[in-house]
Write a protein that binds this ligand. Structure first.
Ligand code: SF4
Ligand code: FES
Length: 254
């Protein structure tokens, strides 16, 4: 497809900090290339704002390669925008047409308070991982990969779960702000491997307890999380999490 350039209207959420009320502001950007990434388009807008003496829009980004999970923008009512299995940084402007109005908001969830503009505080996810997302390892050289045989289907399922980049889109998409898809990915990738066995029960109990403490909502199986996840984390992980939790609650010596 031919490259093209477009003029766009942007309706962007601006909020000074967590205690002040935010609101939408309209901006106009011109001559945006269809091959720019969404974040590059925001860079252009921010330069424009700085030149005009206005404060640039705060937004999170790091890798711009779809792997760090920081680029949290709610674009036209969808976390990470209109493309399937995609992050905001990998969204390109060819997803839009000349003259479009694009609405951009931060993730909306009580457990992810807005820091400024489009930046939210996702440290609740860090605390959930700290509660149990680790394994015990002996010091010394790493064990040879072939020394621990793992069935192919288990290795594949574990790897698929480990793809979660902790972006929080699942929480933002869920009407209950549930973190179950994220947590199920983190629990599954370790529960499926022999290396995760020693802390298998305490891990799931501690991580679920931390999730509840952070104020995420309950899962009612609407599937909005799976549909929006940039890494296509499967709902089947939530079924595994529930099973892991049940077995651990019935049998753990805690
Ligand atoms: S499960 Fe998907 S949407 Fe949720 S944090 Fe992980 S990568 Fe992001
Ligand atoms: S900036 Fe790293 S995933 Fe988008």
């Amino acid at each position: 497809m031919e490259h093209y350039s477009m003029n766009l209207n942007l309706k962007v959420w601006r909020q000074k900090n967590n205690s002040e009320k935010g609101g939408f502001k309209m901006y106009r950007v011109e001559n945006i290339s269809s091959e720019m990434s969404f974040l590059e388009m925001f860079d252009v807008l921010n330069e424009q704002l700085v030149h005009g003496g206005e404060e640039p829009i705060a937004f999170d980004h790091d890798c711009r390669e779809g792997i760090c999970g920081t680029c949290s923008m709610y674009i036209n009512g969808k976390p990470h925008g209109p493309w399937q299995a995609n992050t905001t940084c990998q969204l390109h402007m060819r997803a839009f047409k000349d003259g479009d109005t694009i609405v951009v908001e931060p993730w909306r969830a009580g457990a992810f308070p807005v820091i400024k503009d489009l930046m939210v505080d996702r440290s609740a996810f860090d605390r959930i991982i700290q509660a149990g997302g680790y394994i015990s390892v002996n010091t010394g050289n790493a064990v040879d990969g072939n020394a621990i045989p793992i069935a192919k289907d288990k290795a594949d399922a574990s790897f698929a779960a480990a793809m979660c980049i902790g972006c929080g889109a699942c929480v933002a998409a869920c009407k209950n702000s549930s973190a179950m898809l994220f947590l199920s990915a983190k629990v599954s990738h370790l529960a499926l491997l022999p290396q995760g066995e020693p802390e298998r029960k305490s891990r799931v109990l501690d991580m679920v307890a931390q999730m509840d403490k952070e104020g995420f909502g309950a899962c009612t199986n609407t599937g909005a999380c799976e549909a929006t996840c940039p890494k296509e984390i499967s709902l089947s992980n939530i079924a595994r999490l529930n099973q892991e939790y049940l077995v651990a609650s019935l049998t753990a010596n805690k």
